[in-house]
Write a protein that binds this ligand. Structure first.
Ligand code: LCS
Length: 393
């Protein structure tokens, strides 16, 4: 169901299908296959597998509601649900590039995506150049005759570096390239990359889209239906990283509160970042909505808030960072982000161990860097927790 209205209204209503029993909440369609009344009806569906329900590796009514809701929130033609964020990213890239093609990607990326482009796709003959996509001149200089697409994250994980979406799209259009943007850190509440001309948005729905830390999930949303169908057929149907119906149910539920959750994440994160900035034991803080952040002006032009993630560098380095983390009581040491609980992680020893040391340092991921996914607790309690733990540095 397509529904007019603001973001909050769409979060609640978009994508819903009328239920035969009048169920308000979309049921979990726990079925692998679908019965046809006749071979003729089946044959009609098989003419175009992107519509109708034939087999749940392709789609399913529970996934359909989630895919349509996400497409409305991201202003795209269609969403394609995957079993994980990595499933969505891998499925999208293998649908859009072939051996001999060249990708320009951000040098700072989630480590799984970094590995996918640098190692896995490279083994299949897909070339790449990693550049600071925050530097538009570097992006344009990397264009080659065989470049097919530009892939970027904004804000980037874990540095919170922003890339200029409109600037990247302008370069892509000039050279006839596609653009794929990972919008996980912003969520559709803060940024809609498709409005800037990006072709495909990908999400790890494990994070803000779900919001409750109880699923692993991903989605790709394409501006054009043709591109979404290509991703569904090439990157999902024949690879198989399909979302489970129960996951789609939890995501649809989580999405209903996306707007109010993001408001609180952003409010809390700004308060925590502003406090961190004043602490003598903190060497630097990155948060897009901090007026002192190098990305502040860009953030104001392409984000409606700064996100819930704050990255800071403990002046005492690795040992200082560890001492701080080990004494936190309200904040939890864990990877992932976007949950109700505040999570802190240390990229150098956790998420980015797969990235070579020189590369990690070149990306600005120092030994003392801590990524804090600010949750939905009271900001003052988080600040008090950081303050008491800092005494152990
Ligand atoms: N994109 C971004 C920006 C991510 O942060 C992650 C996971 C993914 C894609 C992959 O999504 P998944 O397959 O896990 O749903 N980021 C994680 C992190 O920072 N810590 O643990 C996972």
């Amino acid at each position: 169901m397509s529904i007019q209205g603001g973001f909050a209204t769409q979060c609640v209503h978009a994508g819903r299908n009328p239920d035969q029993f009048g169920a308000l909440v979309t049921p979990i369609y726990q079925t692998s296959t679908f019965a046809y009344p006749s071979t003729e009806a089946a044959a009609e569906d098989f003419q175009d597998l992107s519509t109708g329900f034939a087999y749940s590796r392709l789609t399913n009514p529970s996934l359909d509601v989630f895919e349509k809701k996400l497409a409305e929130l991201e202003h795209g033609a269609r969403g394609v649900a995957f079993a994980s964020g990595m499933g969505a990213i891998a499925g999208t890239l293998i649908s859009l590039v072939s051996a001999g093609d060249h990708i320009i990607c951000s040098s700072t990326l989630y480590s799984g995506t970094h590995h996918l482009i640098h190692s896995t796709l490279a083994r299949f003959g897909v070339q790449f150049t990693a550049v600071e996509t925050s530097d538009l001149a570097a992006v344009e200089a990397a264009v080659q005759p065989n470049t097919k697409l530009i892939y970027f994250e904004t804000p980037a994980n874990p540095t919170m570096e922003l890339s200029d979406i409109a600037g990247i799209v302008a370069i892509a259009k000039k050279h006839g390239l596609m653009t794929v943007s990972d919008n996980t850190f912003a969520s559709p509440y803060l940024t809609n990359p498709l409005d800037f001309g990006v072709d495909v948005v990908v999400h790890s729905c494990t994070k803000y889209i779900c919001g409750h830390g109880d699923v692993i999930a991903g989605v790709a949303v394409a501006k054009e239906l043709e591109v979404a169908n290509q991703i569904r057929m090439e990157g999902l149907m024949h690879v198989g990283a399909v979302m489970a119906p129960n996951t789609a149910f939890l995501l649809e539920r989580g999405l209903k509160t996306l707007g109010i959750r993001m408001e609180q994440h952003c409010r809390n994160a700004l308060k925590v970042a502003s406090w961190l900035e004043k602490q003598p034991w903190v060497a630097s803080v990155r948060y897009p909505y901090l007026p002192s952040d190098p990305g502040y002006e860009l953030a104001k032009s392409q984000m409606r808030g700064g996100s819930g993630v704050v990255t800071f560098d403990v002046a005492a380095g690795l040992e200082g960072g560890k001492a701080l983390m080990n004494h936190l009581k309200v904040c939890t040491i864990a990877v992932s982000l976007g949950d109700c609980e505040t999570l802190v992680e240390h990229p150098a020893s956790m998420t980015h161990t797969m990235v070579a040391l020189e590369e990690r340092l070149a990306e600005g991921i120092t030994d003392g860097l801590i990524r804090m996914s600010v949750g939905l607790e009271d900001a003052d309690d988080l600040i008090a927790d950081l303050d008491q733990a800092s005494k152990y540095i």
